[in-house]
Design a protein around this ligand. Structure first.
Ligand code: CA
Length: 222
């Protein structure tokens, strides 16, 4: 069970976050202040820190910088109500791995957390994935339907792999762009849509990629 330290001084938000993360199998330590969070992380480094920027005792971004200097590989996701670009830049500059702006949907939050935790576990990144009639082998860089190889362009392959790794779950456009194209946030999503169309065309009925309007895509598990 991955352990997440949630740093949030707002009772209602903290309780909601704790409840939904626990219901998705995470072990949650909820801290209401920067001091509590510092102590909790020092006592037992978690798998991820979800950090509210507005804390009563310390600026969340200062805490982020401090945690980053002490724990180089600790995934930190900053939660902020300030979505101005400067805050975003400062958030990433402070050493955060990702950020999410309030109000956010649980689906998107969970997707971001999963992405971070997967980054921390590169061990099975090379394992082949089988979904229905499709087999994707990242190590060999091959993909087949009913054992027949399918010819994909590199980005198409990476996109398919990203969808397969989170099969059945929605993946946000932002994350697909970041994972497959190394672009962040502001990029046009037209490229993404065109690659999804290419995959649908090449795989016909062997895969179903559902569009989740306003959010992203989901590979339907047959
Ligand atoms: Ca707050």
């Amino acid at each position: 069970m991955p352990r997440i330290v949630v740093v949030e001084d707002d009772d209602a938000i903290g309780a909601t976050l704790t409840r939904s993360l626990e219901s998705h199998g995470y072990v949650v330590s909820w801290c209401r202040t920067g001091a509590e969070a510092t102590a909790a992380v020092a006592e037992a480094p978690p798998d991820l820190v979800l950090l509210d920027v507005g804390l009563p005792d310390i600026d969340g971004l200062d805490l982020c910088r401090r945690l980053r200097t002490q724990h180089r590989d600790l995934p930190i996701v900053v939660v902020t109500a300030r979505d101005a670009e400067i805050d975003v830049v400062v958030g990433l500059d402070a050493g955060a791995n990702d950020y999410i702006t309030k109000p956010f949907s649980t689906t998107i939050l969970l997707a971001r957390i999963r992405a971070q935790l997967r980054g921390a576990e590169p061990a099975d990144a090379g394992a082949a994935i089988e979904i229905g009639r499709v087999r994707v082998d990242p190590a060999a860089w091959t993909v087949s339907v009913d054992m027949q190889p399918i010819d994909l362009r590199p980005r198409e392959f990476q996109l398919l792999l990203a969808l397969c790794r989170d099969a059945g779950r929605v993946i946000t456009r932002e994350r697909l762009l970041a994972d497959v194209w190394d672009l962040h946030w502001e990029s046009s999503t037209k490229t993404l849509d065109m690659h999804v169309m290419a995959l649908r065309r090449k795989f016909e009925d062997a895969i179903e990629i559902a569009t989740v309007r306003g959010v992203g895509y989901r590979l339907v598990v047959p």
